[in-house]
Design a protein around this ligand. Sequence first.
Ligand code: CP3
Length: 346
Amino acid sequence: MPIRNTSFLDACRGHRPAQTPVWLMRQAGRYLPEYRAIRKRVSFLELCRTPELAAEVTVQPIDRLGVDAAILFSDILVVFDAMGVAVEFNPGPQLPKPVRTTADIAALRWGDPVDEVGYVMDAVRACKRALADRVPLIGFCGAPFTTVSYLIEGGGSRDFLEVKKLMFCEPVAFGRLMANTTELLARYLIGQIDAGVDAVQIFDSWAGALGPRDYQTHVLPHTIALVEAVRAHVPAGRERVPVILFARGNANTLALTATAPADVIGIDWSIELDDAIEVVGSDRVVQGNLDPGVLLGPPELIRERVRATLAAGAGAKAHVFNLGHGISRFTDPDHAKLMVDTVHGL
Ligand code: CP3
């Protein structure tokens, strides 16, 4: 059956639908009481590994907010299951054994994520059944750099010194780690596409940790290789799926990120959307970029900022409305709904 609400996919493909489509990064999560109710019973990882529950949580924001796309409930770090690397969430991610040396890198396993993270492929199929063609489903993974950074740092980081140490002291080993990770991530996203996702988003949450030259030398070629590998895949009996690249960086890395042949360039909230469109070009489709903090403000401010972001988005080839990073757990769900309704109303 064809998907009934096509506004998101139309915009991704460069058309301007009658209504600007909208979804929110992290739209299924702790700001929703119905999510917290399920999390009382199961841990975050159990939730990710139980396809029927992951599907239930994926659909929650579709029912409550009326967004135009669903995003698979999972995490960018579960792919470590295919590499033999353990990860815990308390609630931030922690790796008991981070990858710091060339010996650690040599000990990594490069399993097939379609088999070894098969519960994600099952979750995609469960989500498609639960959505029943109401809205498209977005699959995702971390970009090579963000994924490798978690491997090396073993969790969140402020200065990324372990990553930089390895990158500068062992550039060949670091490059090989990035290349192998890129291949694994391509296989992982293609698996999600074959399981049924309608679009994919690559999250480079930590792209901004590097200066522009190091980003260009050590990171961007791998990001581009991943985008190209995924775009080269045409699923049986369906159209090629759009690729969204979201790099959280700074104004200097955005111009470089935009050289990647992604269908949609995600814009973080650190730049005004009209300035971002000037950087990426008015012939590109953009996604973003309301500061998630604005949803903690009063309703009138939310309406005003949505109006301004939509007006700026009119300068792009097409615009997918979104936040400029994940929604905060402290957000009132009614404020998220106000944002969605305002986008649709204008
Ligand atoms: O967008 C969605 O609704 C889909 C689900 C999703 C999650 N994580 C669920 C999650 C997606 C797309 C992600 C991606 C992700 N995970 C990123 C990239 C996006 C970004 O935020 O930059 C990153 C860096 C991670 C790694 C990660 N996972 C972190 C840093 C944390 C802790 C976050 C926190 O606020 O404590 C997680 C855990 C996580 N992933 C939660 C959720 C809903 C909270 C876990 C819980 O329920 O306790």
